[in-house]
Design a protein around this ligand. Structure first.
Ligand code: SAM
Length: 244
């Protein structure tokens, strides 16, 4: 598992193709995604924190929504008027819409493509969710632009809530956390499963430390940041935009 080289990482198109074939794995609200440590807890924490910190949720944006698990979890807690789902993968978007439609009668807007290039309204979204997607961002400029753009989309008083694969600042601590994550994967599917997950992380992902991300969230303009949970290579955290 390597977090710092970008040249050989998957392109957006390669990531899309992989996720097009992986819809089933992201469609279980009762287990979450098996390769993620504490998947259910982090889903619960980001959605509860979102609703606790922004009592009126009219417009929801789910970035890299996959098959819609996090939006479905949020719908257990509040009733937005509109839901905007963005994903590279059309099969993911279609599954998300189908699942969300069963519990939600309002407007669902689907946008297929890179979230950074979509026609999204500024100062509009009361809650923005990004679960297991930001780790596909690459260099510092990429991260700064993406988080700055997300800040511009949040309504005043709105929040941005993230759960993701993260790395560490200090390589020996990174090695320790990888070891713990590897042990967890071993309990899920043995050594072969662990090696398979580590291989696709190394090919596809470029996670950043939660400390880096919290600093950046403040730098792009969020007035408050919150760390909700961290376990080995996974964290749940968020940020709130000052009200008007
Ligand atoms: C690991 S899945 C997580 C799905 C969902 N958020 C969840 O937690 O169940 C990551 C999703 O992000 C999407 N994705 C990755 N990079 C993206 C980007 N730049 N713009 C939009 N979607 C992206 C992928 O297509 C995939 O469906």
């Amino acid at each position: 598992m390597q977090a710092d080289a970008y040249d050989n990482k998957s392109s957006l198109e390669e990531i899309r193709v992989r996720f097009d074939q992986d819809v089933e794995r992201f469609s279980n609200l009762n287990t979450g995604q098996a390769a993620t440590m504490d998947a259910l807890l982090t889903m619960e924490l980001i959605t509860k924190a979102a609703v606790a910190s922004t009592p009126e949720v009219n417009h929801l944006l789910d970035i890299g929504c996959g098959a819609g698990n996090n939006t479905m979890k949020l719908l257990e807690l509040c009733s937005p008027k509109t839901i905007t789902l963005v994903d590279l993968s059309l099969p993911m978007l279609q599954r998300a819409k189908e699942r969300i439609r069963a519990n939600f009668g309002g407007a669902i807007r689907l946008l297929q493509g890179d979230f950074r290039t979509q026609p999204l309204e500024h100062n509009h979204y009361d809650v923005i969710l990004a679960a297991a997607v930001l780790h596909h961002l690459r260099d510092d400029q990429d991260w700064q632009q993406a988080l700055g753009m997300i800040f511009s989309l949040n309504s005043p008083g709105g929040g941005f809530w993230i759960s993701d694969l993260v790395s560490q600042e200090h390589p020996p601590v990174q090695a320790l956390m990888e070891q713990r994550y590897g042990a967890y994967l071993g309990t899920q599917g043995g050594a072969a499963y662990r090696d398979k997950v580590f291989a696709y992380i190394s090919r596809e992902d470029s996670p950043r430390p939660v400390t880096f991300q919290l600093d950046l969230l403040r730098r792009v303009g969020y007035s408050q940041v919150e760390l909700l949970h961290k376990n080995a290579c996974f964290a749940a955290f968020g940020a709130i935009k000052a009200g008007s």
